[in-house]
Ligand binder design. Structure first.
Ligand code: ADP
Ligand code: MG
Length: 241
């Protein structure tokens, strides 16, 4: 589904991504871990061209995104849902409108169709009874679950998560991870940046350890957590586990 080749990104003289290679197959869950400042967010933002790579290739469903004109990119971005640390809901709209806005505007769905799907998604994240609520009346965990449902409302082929639980109070982390775990089990292709090592162990097909702008090591959760080979991986894990 996604194939990244020698992806580089510099901000001025600061080389933030120094040559990333990786493949994400359909239905796979990739969890990206690593120290702060290592380039994880920049990598995710490059994947859907929120950030323009300096060089390298990003093939998505067979098309090299770095070669596509901006107009075509909008179609591609619709197929990549993104969930951020800060929930970014539209604060002036209730939950239902948050979910139906883009499907109506961008995909041309009619009101009834968009609402039906939105309700199904809200049920899936356990928030159907909050459909008329405004974001400010919801807890952080609830807002993040709405944000996930909103991304899913566009029927994406892949979901990108950038530290989706980092801004939450500890007691709300579990409910969001549960939604993500259910999504993974439903077969969604996912790339998840997180510091939640329990989630990585349980849900990842592959863990990518990213540090200093490249992926130092990739492997199954067992390989990475029980038998890391790279000194940088070992050092990072020894500090957090
Ligand atoms: P991580 O998500 O792993 O913490 P980031 O991708 O956020 O890492 O950041 C990696 C590096 O890129 C940092 O040194 C950061 O300062 C730099 N960086 C990120 N975004 C920008 C930007 N828009 N302009 C300049 N530098 C940036
Ligand atoms: Mg980050």
């Amino acid at each position: 589904m996604l194939k990244v080749e020698n992806l580089k990104k510099a901000f001025g003289k600061n080389e933030v991504l120094t040559g990333i290679d990786g493949v994400v197959n359909s239905g796979q869950v990739i969890v990206v871990i690593g120290p702060s400042g290592g380039g994880k967010s920049t990598f995710l933002r490059c994947l859907n061209l929120l950030e323009n790579p300096t060089s390298g290739k990003i093939a998505f469903e067979g098309q090299d995104l770095t070669q596509l004109p901006e107009k075509k990119l909008d179609d591609i971005r619709e197929k990549m849902g993104m969930v951020f640390q800060s929930f970014n809901l539209f604060s002036n709209m209730n939950v239902m409108d948050n979910l139906t806005l883009a499907p109506k505007r961008v995909k041309g769905e009619d009101e009834a169709q968009a609402q039906k799907k939105a309700l199904e998604l809200l049920e899936r994240v356990g928030l159907a009874e909050k459909k008329d609520a405004f974001p400010e009346s919801l807890s952080g965990g609830q807002q993040q679950r709405v944000a996930i449902a909103r991304a899913l409302a566009m029927d994406p082929d892949v979901m990108l998560f950038d530290e989706p639980t980092s801004a939450l109070d500890p007691e709300m982390v579990g409910e969001v991870l549960k939604v993500m775990q259910d999504l993974a089990h439903s077969g969604m292709t996912m790339v998840v940046v997180t510091h939640e090592m329990g989630f990585a162990r349980q849900v990842a097909d592959e863990v990518w350890f990213m540090d200093g702008g490249d992926i130092a090591e990739k492997g199954t959760p067992e390989q990475i957590f029980e038998h890391p080979q790279n000194e940088r991986t070992k050092d990072f894990l020894s500090r957090i586990l």
